[in-house]
Design a protein around this ligand. Structure first.
Ligand SMILES: [Zn+2]
Ligand SMILES: [Zn+2]
Length: 169
């Protein structure tokens, strides 16, 4: 969905959106929904709201795919890209606000929603906090089955010593 900035009314806009968004960065498996409040001050646009969607991630331990809900509240101030370099004073500027810019009088809400979702997706996702992952030796999924590999944190050089000690017994 695109918003024409010059058409935002004086009193602002309160809208609910539901969009289908595709991204190469994350697999979005539900419609992307958001409740938004959009206000304009001269050329600046303040967008506040919350975006919700379900995404499919790959567990960083066991490599299984799983689906998680993402919920991201946000506040972003947009300035026109044309003036962003020469204008230093922004009436809505605050440290707590994210900044963005728009071009050609158009604000692309899908870009905004996707960006806000990506900010809230974990870098190293886990299918569950206690995921056991896969065995580094045989590659079995340790959540599903146990393997017989000897899992020892012993340094290979220490292993020689361990065998020497065993021989003594
Ligand atoms: Zn996992
Ligand atoms: Zn194993």
């Amino acid at each position: 969905m695109k918003i024409i900035v010059s058409e935002i009314p004086e009193e602002g806009l309160t809208i609910d959106v539901e969009e289908t968004i595709h991204s190469e960065l994350v697999k979005i498996v539900s419609p992307v929904r958001a409740s938004l409040r959009i206000e304009k001050r001269d050329t600046e646009v303040l967008v506040q709201g919350e975006v919700r969607a379900e995404v499919e991630l790959q567990c960083s331990r066991c490599v299984q795919s799983f689906t998680v809900p993402v919920r991201s509240p946000f506040s972003v101030v947009y300035d026109p890209a044309e003036v962003i370099n020469r204008e230093e004073n922004h009436s809505l500027k605050g440290d707590e606000l994210d900044m963005g810019f728009y071009r050609n009088d158009t604000l692309d809400l899908n870009d905004l929603l996707l960006e806000q979702m990506l900010l809230n997706i974990p870098m190293k996702p886990l299918c569950r906090p206690e995921c056991k992952g896969i065995c580094p030796q045989c590659g079995k999924d340790l959540n599903a089955e146990k393997c017989t590999c000897e899992v020892s944190g012993i340094d290979p050089r220490m292993k020689v010593l361990e065998q020497l000690l065993k021989r003594k017994e």
